[in-house]
Ligand binder design. Structure first.
Ligand code: IPE
Ligand code: IPE
Ligand code: MG
Length: 259
């Protein structure tokens, strides 16, 4: 196998405030391969390998949670050979990197529907999740066979199955039945590959998330790009519907109070 040149990561800049939860749409693998006249699956492989570098950099910064979009419910529609290559890469990624990730204190979680995945991948994912449960340096939620709308529909179906009445269908009731139940909402969402869209990622959860779009193709997205995204985030002013300088505890009326 060809040896890739190794570049030292840039010195770690101090950035504050940092996001607690970063979501990433890892896009651009196909174009990365195309630029090199390689088959698309080689781009996915390079992308999977890059995840290691990315986890290391976010961990070094002290970001405690990442959620990465690896395969969407819509991606099933791609040519069969590509879908099969991505599924295989999921297994290979676990085989090749699990012990190292475990050693580094990465806690793995899966979000999305596992039951449509090949049985061997399902069991590998379950094993990886179980093996790393006690780790606490960084949590990596892997969205594999995930769709934001399907997530919301599933949450509402659970509510109905529990016999919910209309007044039981609240934002909290839905949020606590999503695949991300119990997780903080993403503070920052990064999309690589130059597209500026959500592509059915965390549709509900990203309602107040800050967005960072990078032109870098996912396999090329490195430490300097991560630093730039975090720096941009640190300079954003999040207002959650209030006016500058207003404290969240100083909310005046609830919706409809003054009607
Ligand atoms: C993202 O890269 C990975 C998956 C969707 C699985 P793409 O495969 O979408 O790469 P481009 O957008 O075609 O370059
Ligand atoms: C989003 O990328 C899904 C993943 C990165 C897994 P896509 O490449 O599938 O999104 P579109 O088709 O450009 O919207
Ligand atoms: Mg794409």
């Amino acid at each position: 196998m060809a040896v890739e040149p190794q570049f030292a990561a840039p010195a770690l800049p101090e950035i504050a405030p940092l996001p607690t939860h970063v979501a990433i749409i890892m896009d651009g693998n196909g174009r990365w391969a195309q630029q090199r006249a390689l088959p698309r699956h080689r781009g996915h492989r390079a992308g999977a390998d890059n995840l290691r570098t990315v986890i290391e950099r976010f961990t070094a910064h002290g970001v405690p949670m990442l959620t990465v979009f690896a395969f969407s419910t819509e991606n099933w529609g791609r040519p069969r050979t590509e879908v099969e290559a991505i599924l295989r890469l999921g297994s290979e990624f676990i085989d090749r990197h699990l012990s190292e990730l475990d050693r580094q204190g990465v806690r793995l979680q899966h979000i999305g529907a596992v039951d449509r995945l090949p049985r061997s991948l399902q069991s590998k994912m379950r094993r990886a999740v179980a093996q790393t449960q006690a780790n606490d340096r960084i949590t990596l939620n892997v969205a594999f066979n995930y769709g934001g709308r399907a997530d919301i529909v599933h949450a509402v179906q659970l509510l109905f199955a529990e016999g919910a009445r209309p007044e039981d269908i609240t934002e909290d009731a839905i949020a606590s039945r999503l695949a991300t139940a119990g997780l903080p909402e993403p503070d920052l969402l990064i999309r690589t590959g130059g597209e500026r869209r959500l592509s059915n990622f965390l549709v509900w959860q990203a309602a107040y998330t800050e967005y960072h779009f990078s032109a870098a193709l996912w396999p090329d997205f490195g430490a300097a790009d991560i630093d730039a995204a975090l720096l941009e985030y640190s300079q954003r002013r999040r207002r959650f519907g209030l006016v500058p300088g207003q404290d969240a505890d100083d909310r005046q009326l609830e919706a409809g109070d003054n009607a």
